[in-house]
Design a protein around this ligand. Sequence first.
Ligand code: ZN
Length: 328
Amino acid sequence: MGTAGNLGLTTNASSRGTIRFVAHIAPMKLGITSFVLAALCCRFSGLPAVAQDSAPAAAPLAQPVPLPRSRPHQSAAKPGWPEPQSFHEAVAGLDFKSEDVTSAPSECRLRLEKIAVIAPLPRLMGPGTCGGGDMVELSAVKLSTTLQVMVKPAPTIRCSMAESLTLWIRDEAVPRFAKTGAALRIVDTYDDYNCRGRNRVIGARMSEHGRGNAVDIRSFTLADSKVVFPTDIHAPKDLRVGLRESVCSRFPTVLGPGSDGYHEEHIHLDLAERNNNYRICQWDVREPPPPPPPSEEQALIAAELADKPLPNPLTTKVGGQGASRRKL
Ligand SMILES: [Zn+2]
């Protein structure tokens, strides 16, 4: 999490990585540079480079001070977020409002603490529009006083996203798995807060992951340790259809197999707000492909078998034990 010191300022962290912006303040470098310039100036002006109280005539000349090495060439790749133009932007984030700063928990957090196990987090800040306030780490959904569904790894997301995810797990996912005779124990996440462009493409538009409004789900672990992947074509189709319908009715954005090629093995959920409440529900619930047609050889064998007369069904010995039973 964020630390500030003489040499830099670090902001932002997520459970899977740390996004850092370091504002370098290096007074030491300025001092060294000033010393080097002063030494060169004095050398060419004929003055001694270092003041001496009683310099003897044969005193050796000051050794030339080596110039600092040039910096290595830096990559021209641009980050996936706008470069901050001021200290305020870099540290606080573009949407930061000092009047919003309070130690009181939000109404969302008060509601969420009753139905989930969460850890409130400090405001995540920058760079650019990344981060935001009212962030939490969601580690479990409460089903009763003793029963919980774990969320692993615990995602760092905004409280509003955590509340939507909690309600979906409790009210939609758990009952649907229960219908199949299985108890849901763990929701396995794949990504959460992450300051990056969409689909991890450098320079792309900011992903909702960068605002803490998105979470990716990879699989579900059941009480018998069986793991169900919602993108697996062999997983029960009715279950996958039910999961898709329920997430699409709750989240404005759902991306899965068949959406854009980046979500073939996980489901992306986010709370993006669009004009006219436009929603995106792109998740193809696929079925296993039909078996391939028989080869030519297999077709010939099948035709030959079809032409043969059926064996006589009356091959049982008359008068055996079974026959006597039938008489009775
Ligand atoms: Zn995602």
